[in-house]
Design a protein around this ligand. Sequence first.
Ligand SMILES: Nc1nc2c(c(=O)[nH]1)N[C@H]1C(S)=C(S)[C@@H](COP(=O)(O)O)O[C@H]1N2
Ligand SMILES: [Mo]
Length: 454
Amino acid sequence: MKRKITGTHSDELQPVAGNGLLDRRLFLKSGLTFSAVSIAAAALPQVFAAENRAEEKINLARPPWMLKPGESFSTYGVPSKFESDVVRFPSPNRAVAGNGVSWTPLHRLEGIITPNGLHFERHHNGVPQIDPEHHRLLIHGLVKNPSFFTIDNLLRYPMHSCICFVECGGNSNSGWNKSPSRAEAGYFHGLVSCSEWTGVPLSTVLDEAGMNKKAKWLIAEGADAFAMNVSIPVAEARKEGLLALYQNGERIRPENGYPLRLILPGLEGVLNVKWLRRLKATDKPIMARNETSKYTELLPSGKARMFTFVIEAKSLITSPSANMILKKPGLYQISGLAWSGRGRIRKVEVSADGGKTWAEAQLQEPVLSQAFTRFRIPWRWDGSPAVLKSRATDETGYVQPERNTLIAERGHHGFFHYNAIVTWQVDEDGVVTHSYDKEKSDSNGDISIDSGWE
Ligand SMILES: Nc1nc2c(c(=O)[nH]1)N[C@H]1C(S)=C(S)[C@@H](COP(=O)(O)O)O[C@H]1N2
Ligand SMILES: [Mo]
């Protein structure tokens, strides 16, 4: 990548890639080696401040909320009333109440942690209201010591925490549609959230149960009215599997699996069984509904993709993103999220010219394995149409594919596992919409955003 920053004034900042992408190091305050860049770095916040000065006169009069005492204390805090529109998007027109999804408004959030009240939801038959006193986890099948655990038992074990994402294998599935989704970024890609999950390592209780040599799979079952079950390879479950009891420091929310759920970092959402009541060790998978009639996809080769398990690298720009408006030309901070089920994100590149040229974004610490990674890059929008993209590479070297490449690979039978590069089009009025690159032979029909959640 060529660095052309040579000027000593902010208005002389040269882009590092087409259409106004600036050096990510302009966000850093120290540790710079290029003197020209450090001068420019100091100048960047001043440019933002100068824009504000032009707009509003400084006013020292006290605002109304300084003229009387504020509200008293509360037992459980809620967001400001001015943020009351930052909510999940529940799937519309459910035929069966409690079967469907609600999306996380990713484009309204920052950092890497999803607040508990905004974690996405996927239920097949509603949220059970489970009394933890009466909940049991049974471990049986091909084990030496079949046993059950109460929640109190589990709370006494040494715990472990993991900051990781949970993503539904069906996330972003409207990307398979013939025409680009018109929804906000979260309503399109928000079946993924990232939390700190705390609980008992699955390997601890599996060791206690004593796995029979023939035990290759675990059949996990939830205590919801759907009694959802899935098959998980024992080897995968043992790696980092967690019997999670806490979510971001508090007990798991009912909709996310209270009082106990499985967390399998990096593996698709459906395996992360909520309201976990049973783990049965077996020598083969159970071929449950969610691994046969769903989540199995016919490929152009005639083979079927099954037991996909791992979530592949993905990223999207959350700001600016669909349905936002850039009010005027000038400096902007592009901000987005990247994640991979295979490990850490190694780099995220951003393009402002539809993928002709790319610049590396700054990855915000911490960059954790199988967790959201926040990326940022400064951009000067000159007021003409621009096409924004982000492309993630993970530590295995896997590169997020363009949509055309993904469709060539997977064909037109896809409903799950869509991880293509997301393209936002900015028009000359600053209006941001979702768009597709010119397609070679994309003749698949539309999947209604809601139709597959059955
Ligand atoms: N018992 C049970 N576990 C379940 C489900 C369910 O309906 N019942 N849905 C699964 C699916 S498909 C996904 S994507 C994740 C969603 O987890 P969340 O609702 O906490 O986001 O839970 C999984 N675990
Ligand atoms: Mo899912």
